[in-house]
Design a protein around this ligand. Structure first.
Ligand code: PLP
Length: 360
């Protein structure tokens, strides 16, 4: 008998969410972002769910090779480019598109002496100050790339720091957009700007973009500002389990490590087969929502490695074997993440290898 904990990946939800992205930017091509094992959903499943995308984008070089071996023939973009010179041979062999975000990567391209053509995407640091060339260095970098015989097309990309909160005074979206326009004006090549928040919240930006780069929205979680449902997104990951133990406790009795939850009256406590070694956040506090038999109840006490406890006092009929939803249908991953002080991204990416995964 396997452990009852199960992650069910809904391929049709991946397809649906891709279609939402398509609707938001009908003129743009789509890089479906499948980094981090397709945000925890599995690279091969991502590939199938996003079969209609124009390309797949990720960080991991070995993941890109795996996609080719799985039969993906459309473009693949390495969002951070390569990490060392030896990777350039992999790029040529598997025809990968690469981001170029620093002088060292240009040097690698110059030194690699690649036989075949490679499409590159020159990254502008338009204000996030993570990866990319500063605006004043951008045109020189472009010219250096143009002079490399193996370079075929030079795209231009940037990344927004605050697409979900465009007015953030630290770096407003409009300022990043203006810097991108100035830096790329007159240069030839496809442009790509937006992550999920940019796509969902700033459709007017997409008119200037040849490609969009949706990630989180494709998996049915929100990038912020509104709920996933409010964006017409469907959850692609459902994490479910069962009650495997019960305790009836009295007022003053405590639950779990550190005795951080104390009952104020008689209570029924259910023990769920799911813990932090499965990817459930250990820092989720008492009160974090959980569904038992479809009824919304709450986490009690500290999450253990293999188990967590929930309040069954007001879930009539619940007992050993009752169905539990940690997140998915009926309980958005974003609500759980919010209660735990994090984002849906982190929860889905943290799904542990020991969790059984099935598809529907
Ligand atoms: C991860 C990533 C994305 C996707 O971001 P989401 O917020 O998940 O939509 C887009 N572009 C780049 C460069 C990324 O690294």
């Amino acid at each position: 008998m396997p452990r009852p904990l199960l992650a069910t990946i809904d391929i049709s939800a991946l397809r649906h969410n891709l279609a939402v992205a398509r609707r938001c930017a009908p003129q743009s091509k789509i890089w479906a972002v499948v980094k981090a094992n397709a945000y925890g959903h599995g690279l091969a499943r991502g590939m199938r769910g996003f079969a209609d995308a124009d390309g797949l984008a990720l960080i991991e070089v070995e993941g890109a090779v795996q996609l080719r071996e799985l039969g993906w023939q459309k473009p693949i973009l390495l969002l951070e480019g390569v990490f060392e010179l030896a990777d350039m041979q992999v790029v040529a062999q598997h025809q990968l598109d690469i981001a170029i975000h620093c002088d060292e990567q240009i040097r690698m391209l110059e030194q690699a002496g690649l036989p075949g053509p490679v499409d590159v995407h020159l990254k502008l640091n338009s204000g996030m100050n993570r990866l990319g060339f500063r605006p004043e260095a951008f045109r020189d970098a472009y010219a250096r790339l143009r002079a490399i015989a193996a370079v075929r097309q030079i795209g231009m990309i940037t990344h927004f720091a605050n697409a979900e909160e465009a007015g953030n005074p630290g770096m407003p979206l409009a300022e990043q957009l203006a810097r991108f326009q100035r830096a790329t004006e007159g240069l030839v090549g496809p442009r790509s700007l937006s992550n999920s928040a940019g796509i969902l919240l700033h459709p007017q930006v997409q008119g200037q973009a040849d490609w969009i780069r949706p990630g989180i929205m494709l998996y049915g979680a929100t990038p912020g500002a509104r709920s996933a449902q409010g964006f017409d997104l469907q959850p692609a990951m459902h994490l479910t389990s069962r009650i495997i133990g019960m305790q009836h406790i009295e007022a003053g009795e405590t639950v779990g490590y550190g005795s951080r939850f104390a009952a104020t009256g008689p209570m029924t406590v259910g023990v769920v087969a799911c813990g932090y070694a499965d990817g459930y956040p250990r820092h989720a506090p008492s009160g974090t929502p959980v569904l038992v038999d479809g009824v919304r109840t709450r986490l009690l006490g500290t999450v253990s490695m293999d188990m967590l406890s929930v309040d069954l006092t007001d879930v009539p009929g619940a007992g050993i074997g009752s169905a539990v939803t940690l997140w998915g249908a009926g309980l958005p991953i974003d609500e759980v993440a919010n209660a735990a002080g994090t984002v849906g991204y982190e929860l889905m990416c943290a799904l542990a290898p020991r969790v059984r995964v099935v598809e529907n």
